[in-house]
Design a protein around this ligand. Structure first.
Ligand SMILES: [Zn+2]
Length: 284
C-alpha cells in the first residue's frame, strides 16, 4: 500500500517518527484525562518502540486498543465511579498500568525487529486481543445492572470485585476481541505482514485468544490476586492507601500479584493462546 512508503527506512527515522506519533497519542491521552503524566510518558515509550520495531501494522493495532479503551472508560463514568472505589485505580491510567498492558508488546516488537516471523505477529495480536478483551469486559461489566458472580464459585459479588463476571462483561470481551480480530484480518489483507496467515482464521484465533486471556485474568482475580482491607471504610479494596487516604493491609492473595501484574500475565497469556491456537488450526 502506498501509505506504507511513509515508513522510514532507517532505524533513526523510524524512532523519530514513532516518537512524534506516540508522543502525540500520549499527549492526547494526558490532555483528555485518559492518562496521568507518567502514564503519558510510558505510552510514548511503548508507542515509539512498537512503531519503530514492529511497524505500521503493530502501531495501528496498539492505537485501536488505546483509543477505544480510553473512550469506553469515559462512558457511564458516574455509574462506574461507585464500583471503581473498590478497584485498584480508577480514572487516568498511570505508568504501571500502561506498561502492564503494553510492555510485553514492546518486547515482542524488539524481537520482531531482530527476527521477524509469523508467530511473533500472532503473539502481538494475541496480547493486544487479551488486554483489549479484558479492558472492554471491565468497562461493559461495570454498567451491568445485575451483580457479577465470582467466576470460580458462581456466588454474587459487589460490582468491581476482581474475579467477578457478568454477561455484559463477557459480551464486552467478545466485542473487543472481535474488533481486534477484524482489524488484524484487514491488515493481513493489506499484505504487509508475514505470509501464511489467512485473514479469516487469524481473526478467529484473535477472538479466541482474547477470551482465553480474559478468563485467565478473572481466574487470577478470583483466586490469588492480592485483596486489601481499609479499616476506616471497612471494605475490601486493591488500593493502598485507600481512596479515603487510609493505609490498607493485605487481607488475602499474593501481595506482589496486584492488578498491574495480573494485566501483564493476561497480555502474555493472550500471546501464548494465539500461538498455540494458530499451531492447532494449522496457521503456523
Ligand atoms: Zn477507606
Amino acid at each position: 500500500m502506498g501509505w506504507l512508503l511513509l515508513y522510514p527506512e532507517t532505524l533513526g527515522g523510524r524512532l523519530l517518527l514513532g516518537l512524534v506519533l506516540a508522543g502525540g497519542m500520549g499527549g492526547l491521552g494526558v490532555w483528555r484525562g485518559w492518562l496521568r503524566r507518567d502514564g503519558g510518558l510510558a505510552a510514548t515509550l511503548v508507542g515509539t518502540l512498537v512503531f519503530a520495531f514492529g511497524g505500521w501494522e503493530w502501531a495501528v493495532l496498539l492505537i485501536l486498543f488505546f483509543v477505544t479503551s480510553s473512550l469506553l472508560s469515559r462512558y457511564g463514568a458516574v455509574q462506574k465511579q461507585v464500583a471503581e472505589g473498590r478497584m485498584a485505580k480508577g480514572g487516568p491510567r498511570d505508568a504501571g498500568q500502561v506498561l502492564a498492558n503494553g510492555g510485553w508488546l514492546a518486547l515482542l516488537a524488539l524481537w520482531h525487529a531482530r527476527q521477524p516471523a509469523p508467530w511473533v505477529f500472532l503473539a502481538a495480536v494475541g496480547a493486544l486481543a487479551a488486554v483489549m478483551a479484558d479492558t472492554w469486559s471491565t468497562e461493559f461489566g461495570l454498567l451491568s445492572t445485575t451483580p457479577p458472580r465470582r467466576i470460580t464459585t458462581g456466588r454474587p459479588v459487589p460490582p468491581g470485585t476482581n474475579g467477578g463476571v457478568t454477561l455484559l462483561g463477557l459480551l464486552g470481551a467478545a466485542t473487543g476481541a472481535s474488533l481486534m480480530g477484524f482489524v488484524a484480518g484487514l491488515l493481513i489483507l493489506a499484505g504487509d505482514v508475514p505470509a501464511g496467515l489467512g485473514p479469516g482464521r487469524l481473526a478467529g484465533v484473535t477472538v479466541a485468544s482474547g477470551l482465553v486471556g480474559t478468563v485467565v485474568d478473572s481466574l487470577l482475580g478470583a483466586t490469588v490476586q492480592a485483596v486489601r482491607w481499609c479499616p476506616l471504610c471497612r471494605e475490601e479494596t486493591e488500593q493502598d492507601p485507600h481512596i479515603c487516604g487510609t493505609a490498607t493491609h493485605r487481607l488475602r492473595g499474593w501481595s506482589w500479584l496486584d492488578n498491574d501484574v495480573v494485566n501483564a500475565v493476561t497480555s502474555v497469556t493472550g500471546s501464548l493462546a494465539a500461538v498455540l491456537l494458530a499451531f492447532l488450526v494449522g496457521l503456523l
